[in-house]
Ligand binder design. Sequence first.
Ligand SMILES: [Zn+2]
Length: 293
Amino acid sequence: MNLAQTINEKAKQYQDYTANNLSELVKIKSLSAKEGTVVKKLREMMAEAGFDEIKIDGLGNIIGRLGSGKKIIAIDGHIDTVDVGNIQNWTFDPFGGEINNGFVHGRGSTDQKGGVASAITAARILKEIGLPKDVTLYVTGTVIEEDCDGLCWKYIIEEDKIIPDCVVVTEPTNLNIYRGHRGRMEIEVSFYGRSAHGSAPERGINAIYMASKAALEIEKLNERLAFDEFLGKGSVAISEFVSGSPSLCAVADFAKIHLDRRLTWGENKDLAVKQVEEIVKNMNAKVEVLNYK
Ligand SMILES: [Zn+2]
């Protein structure tokens, strides 16, 4: 048997082990910045799989190491998930971790606990067949990715001083190998109106109407964003709409929309901001780019 066949055989042998590990991970709710319990579980799993060293860094990332060679390879999966949204839309328990027909069901099963469970199995197999001497393998279960993508790896590189030659990110890609993805930025637009008694709305300026008009223009903006052969189209989505009013019987004097903007090749931060500013130029509105420190 050649090496690839050996690995394939072992992966098959460990199919139930991997599925059970994933099921256990799915059962533990781990919203962004609340990953403590799932990290504890992962520590147990990594210990069982035979990692040479397991550590939890200052940000809360769990990092398992195998080998100590010069070439550094990391397999990464974030272990936080987004929330479940409207529970009525689920036909099964999002935290049930049910294993059915070769699939593990639940929140985070693909994005991205499945990647972490698979990486643990991969490390276990590598431990058994022997990792090449010149390689160090890290398996990282990273935190707060859904809210602040990139922050976890910024920490690993700058604070943990782990600088890999190559990172395999296990974001779901329908089992295809992807070599990159679009950039992401968050933009907030605040709208300032003037309140007036609800019985005389013409005396005020309704911030909700302003924001709504802008929202519909942003929907159209999404249609005409740049396209790139390799990365696909740029996109913009409104992920939150909030408003404020001194009273429920008064004209709303404040509204805010949150934009999730994905940048394709050729687009940058300045362009993305300009596009939004153009939409709100005749409104009393402020466009801000959000940063996480
Ligand atoms: Zn993800």
